[in-house]
Ligand binder design. Structure first.
Ligand SMILES: *[C@@H]1O[C@H](CO)[C@@H](O)[C@H](O)[C@H]1NC(C)=O
Ligand SMILES: *[C@@H]1O[C@H](CO)[C@@H](O)[C@H](O)[C@H]1NC(C)=O
Ligand SMILES: *[C@@H]1O[C@H](CO)[C@@H](O)[C@H](O)[C@H]1NC(C)=O
Ligand SMILES: CC(=O)N[C@H]1CO[C@H](CO)[C@@H](O)[C@@H]1O
Length: 419
């Protein structure tokens, strides 16, 4: 059972109320269970109840959450139309970003073809501000919606709604529902499929933010909710069927995990259950190919930031599992042909998550212990014994641990830039 007993009791009570004729209409909870696609909505209901009952650990998490939310109140909204120029072969409404490590060719008059200098950032990429803006949009809408959910203070939901309408819905400022112009390399292309990761890393947080606002948040109307679903139907069609979308979803590395996780989430959110189930099943092939029987992820261990990337890909897997469970596919209990499991992949990281850099013997240019914290907490939440044992040894990220208030793992250390 993945719900705690308290949550289960609530669930049973709500079930009983719904079964009694007439009572379902007045029973307050069912309509207030956020229809989140990554987080289990009942866990939000449970956390809110525990807060009301005075749970000390959650109260201190709430202080962190509201401090984070307060820091966003005087920032944003952001829009793709604020950038100074449209991408080549696109419009100002197209999300645009430029590959950071590519530079004009010093030996040619027009700078073509661009040349790669790994790790050296070309300031020219700042002509497209969308990559920076979208990161703020992702984080602020999530934190603000959660802060509204737990405090009921409308200042949070109104600002989240304003940010969402500006980015997605207002015709003057809205982003077009595609990523045709992400990670551009000038001269060579007008966008690349791998740029989809600009969204897939974090966009599913926005879906959960909207699911929370949909429970009746001041500032966010039913019409806004409908328009947002409509935008996401178009975006999903592009992700599932466009050449870039198909290419990214076929990637065998962490790009593929993130891309398919995102498709599963949007399919569930927009009601395309056939597609959600199909991608949920597909997740097993990524467990089979990316994780070994001892829990290592060889593709990520081979990198110069092996701890970061092992956690990065695992975050995608664990979020994928939370989504898949909602369409009846239990990846937490899945075992691959060589004995691979998600718990083993978490357990491979636990010594370093609890013990620090000395316990990590693979290449890592910038070891950040808290990179693993959410992944271990997610495994503990599902009952993994090794994870439960080290909970007190985990390191909180800057800004404080808020996992209990948004119980789905996130990539907590700074996100690597696509090359
Ligand atoms: C679900 O998505 C797939 C892929 O875009 C599409 O072919 C199919 O028509 C969609 N189904 C529904 C019911 O929208
Ligand atoms: C884990 O398994 C892989 C693949 O079999 C192997 O190459 C690696 O050495 C193992 N690592 C450990 C720490 O056992
Ligand atoms: C968003 O939050 C993540 C951690 O959850 C952090 O690494 C990242 O720097 C934040 N980005 C912005 C733009 O605030
Ligand atoms: C906005 C724009 O110029 N779109 C063009 C991009 O390139 C394709 C194919 O080369 C054209 O069909 C579009 O009209």
């Amino acid at each position: 059972m993945h719900f705690s007993s308290l949550s289960f009791a609530l669930l049973s009570a709500a079930g009983v109320a719904n079964a009694l004729p007439g009572l379902g209409d007045v029973w307050p909870w069912p309509s207030l269970i956020p229809d989140t696609v990554v987080i289990d909505g009942w866990r939000l209901v449970e956390a809110k109840l525990r807060l009301t009952l005075g749970d000390g650990a959650l109260r201190s998490e709430l202080k962190h959450l509201t401090a984070q939310a307060d820091s966003w109140l005087d920032q944003g909204p952001w829009t793709v139309t604020a950038k100074t120029k449209a991408p080549p072969n696109g419009t100002i409404h197209d999300y645009s970003s430029q590959a950071p490590y590519w530079w004009p060719n010093p030996n040619s008059a027009d700078g073509c073809p661009y040349i790669q200098k790994d790790g050296v950032r070309n300031p020219e990429v700042d002509q497209y501000q969308d990559r920076v803006s979208v990161g703020k949009m992702f984080n602020s809408t999530y934190v603000l919606s959660l802060a509204w959910y737990y405090t009921g203070n409308p200042k949070y939901s109104k600002h989240a709604s304003d940010i969402l309408r500006t980015w997605f819905l207002d015709s003057k400022t809205a982003m077009s529902p595609n990523l045709n112009h992400a990670q551009i390399i000038p001269c060579a292309n007008t966008g690349r499929s791998i740029g989809i990761i600009d969204f897939s890393q974090e966009y599913t947080n926005v879906i959960d933010a909207v699911a929370i606002l949909n429970t009746g948040a001041p500032g966010w109307s039913k019409a806004d909710g409908k328009a947002f679903v409509s935008w996401n139907k178009q975006f999903l069609t592009w992700l599932a069927d466009s050449p870039f979308g198909v290419e990214e979803a076929a990637a065998q590395n962490n790009h593929g995990t993130f891309a398919n996780m995102q498709i599963a989430a949007l399919a569930l959110f927009t009601g395309n259950i056939t597609l959600a189930k199909q991608r949920a099943e597909l997740a097993k092939s990524f467990i089979n190919s990316q994780i070994t029987a001892n829990g290592s992820q060889p593709q990520e261990l081979a990198r110069t930031r092996s701890f970061h990337y092992s956690n990065f890909d695992l975050t995608a897997h664990l979020r994928y599992a939370l989504i898949a469970r909602k369409v009846g596919v239990d990846l937490f209990k899945y075992t691959g042909p060589q004995g691979q499991t998600l718990f083993k992949a978490v357990e491979f990281l636990i010594p370093a998550a609890a013990g620090g850099a000395d316990k990590w013997t693979y290449p890592e240019l910038g070891f950040t212990q808290y990179a693993a914290t959410d992944n271990v907490r997610a495994a503990a939440q599902e009952g993994d014994k090794a994870a439960l044992k080290v909970l007190t040894k985990l390191v909180a990220p800057p800004g404080g641990d808020i996992f209990g208030l948004r119980p789905a793992p996130e990539q907590l250390d700074s996100i690597a830039t696509v090359g």
